[in-house]
Structure formats: structure tokens, C-alpha cells
Ligand binder design. Structure first.
Ligand SMILES: Nc1ncnc2c1ncn2[C@@H]1O[C@H](COP(=O)(O)OP(=O)(O)OP(=O)(O)O)[C@@H](O)[C@H]1O
Ligand SMILES: [Mg+2]
Length: 240
């Protein structure tokens, strides 16, 4: 049996605002993400990458078209569990320290405090952040806060991990280490992963490449001679 897709977008359009100030961020995008698929989304600033990730995560609703999550069954909550999103901007809760921030989504789904803390500390250690566990967000650099947000997403053990520019504030060495951690974590758990990036060196690490330009989506294809290798991967890795 072929596994149901985690997400299916059908002719999804998104317009912000109305009248003369309306901005069409996405024009009729159709796509699917299958279990275990690993993709980069590349495209210029303002092309619609964050908008698409927010719709895929169920954080926002399309203006027309539909976003469904076939593998997760009937929708029981505002947005599907099993999907974790690392937002592009700051997202840590200021009054909570680092370990509390990472544990918080686990407490929200009913995991007891001891286990939530253990999982939070393990995720922080994986990103080399154990030393920051008791710091407040205001005491972190932008790059450290971004890595804590990644740890928070990994701690949830999602079946689909979405990360919006997760290396945008990191130096090259740290960015490489973070991408390694994301790829290893996804391979270990079988999670699908979609990462938006401006950085071609990050994009080429993923098996598939989606490109967004002016709110339209295209998929990089493998050359014909190697096309079987691309089956199920959403195309070829991003090339320069
Ligand atoms: N909340 C909003 N209200 C109005 N317009 C918005 C809003 N969010 C995004 N837009 C507009 O929608 C378009 C797509 O924005 P989006 O944030 O999806 O781009 P992006 O590809 O993620 O850009 P970047 O690489 O800079 O993060 C842009 O023209 C942007 O100005
Ligand atoms: Mg963005």
C-alpha cells in the first residue's frame, strides 16, 4: 500500500489584505509531502516561502484551494499535531528559561513534567545547547535562540518538521552543524522535513528541491538518466 501523504495542497492561493493594498503571496500552488520526504524550499525574499510553510503547518488558512493532512486522519484540533514548525522570527516565550521553552509544547499535549524535562534536555544536548538550559531568551544571541527553537521542534518528535530559514542567523560552521543535526534527527525518527533557505549550500543537502518565485512553486527534476533515484523524493537536490 502506498502511504498517504502527510500534507496535500490543492490549488492553494493566499492573498493578504484587500482592495488596492492586497498582496497575492501564493498563486494556485499544488504539492504533496510524503512520509520521510526531505525537501529544501528556495526562493527570493518575498516569494512566498514562509506563507507556504505556515499553510502547510495549519497556522494559517488559504484564501482559496485546500490544505489537507491525509496521513493524520480527521482533523480534531485547530492545527494538526505531529507537525512542528520552527518560525523564521523570534519565537521563544520571554518569561520561560530555555529548558522550560523546549518542554512547554510537550506539557501542552499532556506529557508529564519529568518526561517533558528529560526530552527537552536531550534535544538541547543534541544541538550542543545544554549549557544554556537555565538562561532566559533575552540572554541568548539570535543564533542561540534560533537553535533553541530547533531543539523545541525536535523534542516534539514530529512526523513532519518544518523549519523556516533555520540557519539564517548562523555562521557557516554552525549552520552546517545544525543542518547535520536536522538531517540525522529526521533520518533517525523517519520524520519528513521541509526547510526553507536562501543558502544554496543548505539547499543542496536535501534530497528534493522546491523553488518558489512570485508565489508560484516548481520542483527541480533529476536529469532523465538518473530520474529513478528521484522517485518519491520530490525531485532533485537544489543546484546552483
Ligand atoms: N501578514 C502579512 N500581511 C501582508 N502581507 C504579507 C504578510 N505576510 C507576508 N506578506 C507578503 O506576502 C509576500 C510573501 O511573503 P513571505 O513572508 O511568504 O515571503 P518569503 O519568501 O518567506 O520571504 P523571506 O525570504 O524574506 O522570508 C510578500 O510580498 C510579503 O510582503
Ligand atoms: Mg520567510
Amino acid at each position: 500500500m502506498i502511504d498517504a501523504p502527510l500534507v496535500r495542497c490543492e490549488r492553494v492561493a493566499k492573498t493578504y489584505g484587500s482592495g488596492g493594498s492586497a498582496v497575492v503571496a501564493l498563486h494556485g500552488v499544488s504539492c504533496e509531502i510524503g512520509p520521510g520526504q526531505q525537501l529544501a524550499i528556495m526562493g527570493p525574499s518575498g516569494s512566498g516561502k514562509s506563507t507556504l510553510l505556515h499553510l502547510i503547518a495549519g497556522l494559517d488558512t488559504p484564501t482559496s484551494g485546500s490544505v489537507t493532512w491525509p496521513a493524520f486522519g480527521p482533523r480534531r484540533s485547530l492545527r494538526p499535531a505531529n507537525i512542528a514548525l520552527v518560525l523564521q522570527g523570534p519565537s521563544l516565550l520571554p518569561p520561560l528559561d530555555v529548558v522550560e521553552n523546549v518542554a512547554f509544547p510537550l506539557l501542552l499535549v499532556g506529557i508529564d513534567e519529568g518526561e517533558a524535562n528529560d526530552r527537552a534536555r536531550a534535544a538541547l544536548a543534541r544541538l550542543d545547547l545544554a549549557g544554556l538550559a537555565n538562561k532566559l531568551p533575552e540572554e541568548l544571541s539570535g543564533g542561540q535562540a534560533q537553535r533553541v527553537a530547533i531543539a523545541r521542534a525536535l523534542a516534539q518528535g514530529p512526523r513532519l518538521l518544518l523549519a523556516d530559514e533555520p540557519t539564517g542567523q548562523l555562521d557557516h560552521g554552525t549552520a552546517t552543524a545544525v543542518v547535520d543535526t536536522l538531517i540525522e534527527a529526521a533520518a533517525h525518527t523517519g520524520a519528513a522535513m521541509v526547510v526553507s533557505t536562501h543558502d544554496p549550500a543548505v539547499g543542496e543537502r536535501f534530497a528534493g528541491c522546491w523553488r518558489v518565485a512570485d508565489g508560484r512553486l516548481s520542483v527541480d527534476e533529476m536529469p532523465a538518466s538518473t530520474s529513478t533515484a528521484a522517485a518519491g523524493s520530490g525531485g532533485a537536490p537544489c543546484s546552483a
